[in-house]
Design a protein around this ligand. Sequence first.
Ligand code: SF4
Ligand code: SF4
Length: 355
Amino acid sequence: MSKVMIHSATYENVHQAVDRVFERFPMKLKGKRILIKPNVLRASKAEEGIVTHPAVLRAVVEKVEKMHPASIVVGDNPGAFSYGANEESFKKTGLMEASVGYYQNIGSDSQKVDFNPDFLSTVSLSRVVMEVDIIISLPKFKTHGLTVISGAIKNSYGFLPGAQKAKLHKVAGRPERFHEMLIDVFRLRVPDLFLVDAVVGMEGNGPASPELRNIGLILASDNAVAMDAVIAAMMGCEPDRLRFLQKAKEIGLGDYDLSTIEVIGELKQLLGFKLPPLGGEASINNKALRTRLHDLTLLLPQADPELCTGCGTCVDQCAALALSMNDNLPQVDADTCITCFCCQEICPEKAITLK
Ligand code: SF4
Ligand code: SF4
């Protein structure tokens, strides 16, 4: 039986809730390589409630530090409005400071892996995701126009660097297919622990809605399906309506049926909680988002001959093997490029622009 813990917390005393989480979900971290992944949707202020709050991240980092891991990395790949702005997103949100020196731009090194050919035959994941021993995922309790809730499973979409997220959005097309594709991304590397910032949550047209809600809770589980079922129930959405939870259950990742979940704490529906329109209409009707996704999927990297020194770093690092040197200048193969934009991030001369 999966367990979900619900514990009261404020941002001032959140370390107490974090201590309780690690008691309920004990982990042996000594000598292990750890990735801590907050939700860093975009460069925004912490009080906008768009990202995991820095107080939650700091409490988790400090807890993990005391357990003598071999290494800690704090990182994420921000979404469609902040591609290429990894550091800036961490700084503006206060998450850089909360990372206490463990921040890493995980978008600058990636590894190609096989994917569901119904969508794309391969995708690139941030390399660190495949290399660490333990992943601790720190989602934000939010609504989402396409997936209704943004919780444990959706947080793993940030394992994809660059504009692949936009490309997959476009390839998926319909909301149900997006839900199914999301599970294909999630299953590439299932995190080991989920600790959700529900101290201040978001309702309405998330994931960047101005409507915040004081909830005063930290939620935790070692099973993402159970975790998201509880989040959905708290929001007043029947978990079995969500296609991504249905698919997760079909392939054995967990069960969203609340009768199969042991809730440690009190599970209460948040009265009058505002959901986005079920089924993804909010996102599909968002003209700014549609235009941005369209633009991003048309972009390709191009090296500036004035700045490029021909060092070949970008060619070596391209996980999709989409770059080759031609007259000492990297050229991109448009059919092979997966628009991860890692080459742009890695170029020491800042010679690559997106055209
Ligand atoms: S990494 Fe930059 S400088 Fe080096 S070959 Fe690529 S574009 Fe040129
Ligand atoms: S060429 Fe650049 S953007 Fe395209 S796949 Fe390679 S690293 Fe990613």
